[in-house]
Design a protein around this ligand. Structure first.
Ligand SMILES: Nc1ncnc2c1ncn2[C@@H]1O[C@H](COP(=O)(O)OP(=O)(O)OP(=O)(O)O)[C@@H](O)[C@H]1O
Ligand SMILES: O=C(O)[C@H](O)COP(=O)(O)O
Length: 406
């Protein structure tokens, strides 16, 4: 396996700039604690205890979304995991940020504000272009080393991820190391028996990517979440349309992908298991269900797969030698709509198979519903990056760390 330098290779008493992925669900303006904080805390704690001056960068949401918030709450949550204060500055590379960076003492930790508040961060561009941005050029001279711990964002060519490795000595953090090793090993692994992929969540392109690339390696796809609605629509059912102007879950994804969804559905009909029905909230705020024939996209938001679908997927999972899950099968954050996700995850946990659960949001369901990370071979805090690793795609953020080591 190709390799990179890690924090074991750092010189003593360095000024380190560390990229984490603390991108989290936000409910009513409140950032929700999750496994990303817990995992990254290990890297931060180790660096601080070793006496480095530690400056952290991370993103949250995207401009225009209601999850696009400042990182002040993130500093408190992360600090709780490492039992030391994490200072926060509401600036990224302006005078305020540079003053705070330069006054840091050995062993102290400072979090800069949401990297996506800088116009230099988001457009996906080549590393050489990102390295020339004001963002990178202003911050880099204040540091001895750059550490990338953001495996789950390594598929993005953003300034904080691909610009710095060209101008500073670059190292991998502990999360980067662990996820890279686990996901690369998984991508190359062969299984004797049945291999099942349970796919859900909100990002249809992730699901399509996996089906296209791994279609011959995976025996069965059990479908839930938004992607299942789009495939049900390809199968002729009345579902997968946007009902809310402010929530673009379906129409754009359908417009951009309809040919490929229809083609995949035709070509792989035996492999693709679709829901038998979907659940919605009735007038008494209770869970109710429609069979596929009863689906009515004009009047209902469908938020989970039906109980009959849970029963259909259960034996498929239990008969498998390997199960990969990416994305939730329903809106598990609301207990009423957790049956699909919890049913699948419980069946995986109880089966003696090789199992991987992936997805930043999805992996939260494990603790929420009383299960344990140790019930699975690997729980990845990455979503898009995990999918790309499974399909063998290179992750630019990691390629640059490998280049830096050679
Ligand atoms: N029918 C549905 N309607 C609306 N949201 C849904 C539905 N089914 C699943 N979801 C949502 O999908 C989310 C999880 O999937 P998502 O695509 O965000 O991937 P993820 O697992 O968090 O990976 P990533 O790290 O890429 O974000 C959950 O928060 C869940 O509420
Ligand atoms: O949560 C994620 O999957 C990563 O942080 C990447 O976020 P993005 O999909 O908004 O680029």
């Amino acid at each position: 396996m190709a390799s990179f330098n890690t924090i074991d290779d750092l010189d003593d008493a360095q000024r380190v700039l560390v990229r984490l992925d603390l991108n989290s669900p936000v409910e009513d303006g409140k950032v929700q604690d999750n496994r990303r904080f817990q995992r990254h805390a290990k890297t931060v704690k180790e660096l601080a205890e070793a006496g480095h001056r530690v400056v952290l960068m991370a993103h949250q949401g995207r401009p225009g979304n209601d999850t696009f918030v400042s990182l002040d709450q993130h500093a408190d949550i992360l600090g709780g995991y490492i039992d030391r204060e994490i200072q926060f500055v509401d600036d990224i590379y302006g005078e305020k940020a540079l003053d705070a960076i330069d006054s840091l003492e050995a062993g102290e930790v400072l979090l800069l504000d949401n990297t996506r508040m800088s116009d230099d961060e988001l457009p996906e561009e080549d590393p050489e272009v990102k390295a020339e941005t004001e963002f990178v050029q202003t911050l880099a001279p204040h540091f001895d080393a750059y550490i990338n711990d953001a495996y789950s964002a390594a598929h993005r060519k953003h300034a904080s991820l691909v610009g710095f490795p060209l101008v500073l000595p670059a190292f991998a953090g502990r999360v980067m190391e662990t996820e890279y090793e686990a996901n690369t090993a998984i991508a190359n692994r062969e299984f004797d028996g049945q291999v099942t992929m349970v796919v859900g969540g909100t990002k249809a392109t992730d699901v399509i990517g996996v089906m296209n690339t791994l279609g011959d390696k995976i025996d069965t796809f059990c479908m839930g979440g938004i992607a299942s609605h789009l495939f049900l629509r390809a199968a002729g059912y009345d579902v997968g349309y946007d009902r809310h102007e402010d929530l673009d879950l379906y129409d754009t994804q359908w417009e951009n992908n309809k040919e490929i969804i229809q083609e995949l559905y035709e070509e792989r009909r035996d492999q693709i298991k679709l829901p038998e029905g979907l659940a919605y909230e009735d007038d008494d705020d209770e869970r109710a269900e429609h069979t596929n024939e009863e689906l009515n996209a004009a009047d209902y938001d469908y938020m989970d797969i039906s109980e009959a679908t849970v029963d259909k997927y259960d034996p498929i999972i239990r008969d498998s030698d390997a199960v990969f899950l990416k994305g939730a099968l329903g809106v598990f954050e609301d207990e009423k709509f957790s049956a699909g996700t919890v049913g699948a995850i419980k069946a995986i946990a109880e089966t003696d198979c090789f199992s991987v659960v992936g997805g930043g949001d999805t992996s939260r369901s494990i603790e929420m519903y009383g299960m344990d990370e140790n019930d699975f071979d690997h729980v990845s805090i990455a979503g898009g990056a995990y999918i790309r690793a499974l399909t063998g795609d290179d992750l630019p953020g990691i390629e640059l760390l490998i280049d830096a080591a050679n």
